[in-house]
Design a protein around this ligand. Structure first.
Ligand code: SDX
Length: 472
């Protein structure tokens, strides 16, 4: 229906194929994509039936550059101003005043806990840090040099196999969407388990890599302190992690806890929209984070710095990046078009850690790279600036973590954000709709089966499977 003088909060669209004009309501600076389905048109001369023109317009948005798929109250980012807020609290304030576990409560339940609420929360999370002893066999089934993210991703799905009571496929699909006290209790227990055991699973993956026995989560230490203890304890009496390193890692965990609909959080929601159990959804998110474009970038940054070597090699490397022969890992972001606010805090943490561990020899190269890239028109024009991964790897290296363990140090805290978004979707108004995007089909039109002796071989790269040379 078209108004003669449409109200201001409407988008008026005219389809020139038919002359049809529609007014589409604008809500929260967005319009519903389904509103365009009313714009149907007869198929044009020679147009493919697969375009489904008569069925209404579709919205094309490769890579989700401008598509909102959920209403969220959790995290807000202003990419132009370099603003990041968890439930309205600026990240800079949380980084200096809060802790990872307190921020986890904030992200998941929406408010800062009172002292008594926090004690219950912390006690439950730490209580659920212990893993079933059978998990030792699971982790020992990996080769010692298996990538820790492969172990962690598998471990989250494995973890879910212990809890049939948390599996909607067994208990009924409404297990987590009812929102009644019983359903919330089951949900919260899985949240305790996943956050509590994320550090334990990560530490077990680390011990596999080091060829060492597993360490039972200690009592009396903080969440992050317990994590460091489980990785580093080698039988010393009364071992305690270094307080500066424990605090630095806790702030890094807090900074990595959530980042609205990044690729891995979106993966958790895409997977969770089928109402699968949260362990499987978290495992999917972990797999997405593993990629070098996302959480794997902190590992890629160090490999990049090692390949550059000395600061005097930076200009040559940047030229290779401009030729698109190389990628400047740790730079660029889909949302931030200025420096990631977390990168400034990570940079400060690096100096605090280096005062304990000694400066990492790659720091000079990283600083030279940062300095040159930030004033180079190629990067300035593309609004490429350091993201959270640019400096964090230097800290992890200085703390002695193996290079391929760095993404694990991203995944462990990000379990909090994944759970916050998963819980929000399970409880959202109107219930959960399965996420099932549309496509624009440009493949072959209808064709008939061809008997094998009448076929003409398709040849050429990508058209046939690559041959494999078998050794032995
Ligand atoms: C994280 O989404 C999140 O919130 C993620 C995260 C979180 O907390 O969850 O913040 C964590 O994943 C941070 C990002 C870590 N990844 C990296 O550091 C990998 C390097 N960065 C790039 O791969 C890239 O910047 C992305 C993937 C992060 C963003 O890619 P976009 O938004 O799709 O940007 P694009 O690829 O369209 O780039 C636009 C232009 C292109 O050049 P032109 O084609 O216009 O000539 O910028 C170029 C790109 O080639 N470009 C880069 C570059 N990033 C983009 N060129 C060199 N080096 C880079 N790093």
């Amino acid at each position: 229906m078209v108004n003669a003088q449409p109200p201001k909060n409407m988008l008026t669209v005219r389809d020139n194929r038919t002359g049809k004009v529609v007014d589409i309501p604008i809500q929260d600076n967005s319009i519903p994509a389904t509103a365009f389905k009313v714009l149907k048109a007869p198929r044009a001369e020679g147009e493919r039936e697969e375009n489904e023109t008569e069925k209404g317009l579709r919205i094309a948005d490769k890579g989700f550059l401008n598509t909102a798929v959920i209403r969220s109250e959790i995290t807000f980012i202003d990419g132009d101003a370099g603003v990041l807020r968890y439930r309205g609290f600026p990240i800079e304030q949380l980084a200096t005043k809060s802790s990872h576990l307190e921020t986890a409560y904030l992200l998941i339940y929406g408010s800062l806990p009172t002292a008594s609420q926090y004690k219950v929360w912390q006690d439950e999370v730490l209580h659920h840090g212990v893993m079933h002893s059978d998990a030792e066999q699971f982790f020992k089934s990996f080769r010692y040099d298996a990538h820790p993210m492969a172990m962690l991703t598998s471990a989250f799905a494995y973890l879910g196999s212990y809890y049939s009571e948390a599996n909607p496929s067994l208990q009924g699909q409404k297990l987590f969407t009812k929102g009644d006290p019983e359903s919330l209790a089951v949900m919260d227990k899985q949240i305790y388990r996943l956050i509590g055991k994320a550090t334990t699973l990560a530490a077990m993956a680390y011990r596999v890599r080091q060829g060492r026995n597993f360490v039972t989560p200690p009592t009396g230490l903080s969440y992050t302190g317990s994590f460091l203890y489980q990785m580093d304890h080698l039988g010393e009496e009364n071992y305690k992690p270094h307080p500066v390193l424990e605090k630095a890692l806790d702030v890094l965990f807090l900074l990595h806890a959530d980042h609205e609909l990044n690729a891995s959080a979106t993966t958790v929601l895409q997977t969770g929209s089928s109402l699968v159990d949260p362990y499987s959804a978290i495992a999917a998110g972990c797999a997405s984070l593993y990629g070098p474009l996302h959480g794997g970038a902190n590992e890629a940054v160090i490999r990049m710095l090692i390949s550059i070597g000395k600061p005097e090699n930076v200009p040559g490397f940047l030229e290779a990046v401009k030729r698109k022969d190389k990628v400047l890992s740790g730079f660029g972001h889909r949302v931030y078009k200025t420096s990631d606010p977390r990168s400034f805090i990570v940079r400060q943490i690096a100096d605090e850690v280096f005062r304990v561990t000694g400066k990492d020899e790659l720091l000079e190269t990283a600083m030279a790279l940062h300095h040159e890239a930030m004033k180079d028109d190629y990067f300035v024009k593309r609004k490429l600036a350091p993201n959270v991964d640019f400096w964090s790897g230097l800290i992890y290296r200085a703390m002695g973590f193996p290079l391929d363990f760095f993404p694990v140090l991203f995944a462990v805290p990000r379990v909090v954000g994944w759970l916050a978004h998963w819980r929000q979707m399970m409880l959202q108004e109107g219930g959960v709709k399965i996420w099932r995007p549309r496509q624009i089909y440009v493949g072959p039109g209808k064709r008939d089966y061809v008997a094998v002796d009448e076929r003409v071989a398709e040849e050429g790269p990508r058209l046939t499977p690559s041959p494999v040379v078998h050794s032995g």
